[in-house]
Design a binder for this molecule. Sequence first.
Ligand SMILES: Nc1nc(=O)c2c([nH]1)NC[C@@H]1CN(c3ccc(C(=O)N[C@@H](CCC(=O)O)C(=O)O)cc3)CN21
Ligand SMILES: CC(C)C(=O)C(=O)O
Ligand SMILES: [Mg+2]
Length: 272
Amino acid sequence: MAYANTEALEKSVSIKTLQAMKDRCEKFTTVALYDAPMAAMAQNCGVESVLVGDSLGMTVLGYDSTLPVTMEHMIYHVEAVARGNKKSHIMGDLPFMTYATPELAMHNATRIMQAGAHAVKIEGGAWLASTVSMLSERGIPVCAHLGLTPQSVNKFGGFRVQGREREQAETILADAMLLADAGADLLVLECVPAELAARITKAIPIPTIGIGAGRDTDAQVLVINDILGLTETPPKFSKNFLSEAGDIPKALKKYVADVKAGVFPEDSHIFS
Ligand SMILES: Nc1nc(=O)c2c([nH]1)NC[C@@H]1CN(c3ccc(C(=O)N[C@@H](CCC(=O)O)C(=O)O)cc3)CN21
Ligand SMILES: CC(C)C(=O)C(=O)O
Ligand SMILES: [Mg+2]
């Protein structure tokens, strides 16, 4: 069986566990999920890292973008996930405009951490460096997020691959190095060419978590709805693992095993 060596998490996973995995060149898996039973299942299937994503605005609440998501939505779902899962590392997204200034970021990150997250995720480049260092210095691990940052969908004019032009690719690489230097502990790279994600992963000491970013990031993230075939028009980079696996735990275990083995994402999921 392809997933025979995938087991429930035994010890709780911290930011240090994830860093040590990068340092050992061992891949880890993140799932964006939103409720207690799915969070429990992720823990039991060896998913090291879970993200309570603001994608919940689209995947749970039926909005067309992540912009309507509020702190109240995020807290409600972080609390549910934290109740269901005592082992995986839990990140919570800060929603649109709730970290527009460092002061707002510190206030709202506090609320996400008190709801049960172990780290917060924020979308943006160089402008976030001071926010990242302030949160980090005060004890809040930060996951930065570059490339297709969905809260900026109106600036991008749609959910489009980012970093295809040389100049933009160099900016994303420079932003990644700046945010890592500022104290970010993790970096999500969304919908960027695989070559760029590979360069960034080599250039920075912290783990990179890719989605539509090729095989060479330190980890992969997918949205649970896409893994389980719940999305009407799934993004090109996603994969329905349920259809071949047969049930939800088998689908999660197959996803974990395929990421560890470096066989997911496949060529058809990759932008170049
Ligand atoms: N179900 C779901 N999965 C996700 O991964 C996801 C969400 N929802 N909601 C929040 C954001 C939005 N995301 C998206 C949504 C659509 C595309 C998309 O349609 N991309 C095109 C590529 C466009 C191009 O070539 O530039 C695709 O064909 O996949 C990408 C990311 C990722 N996130
Ligand atoms: C797709 C991931 C990276 C995310 O930000 C979310 O689920 O909100
Ligand atoms: Mg998000």
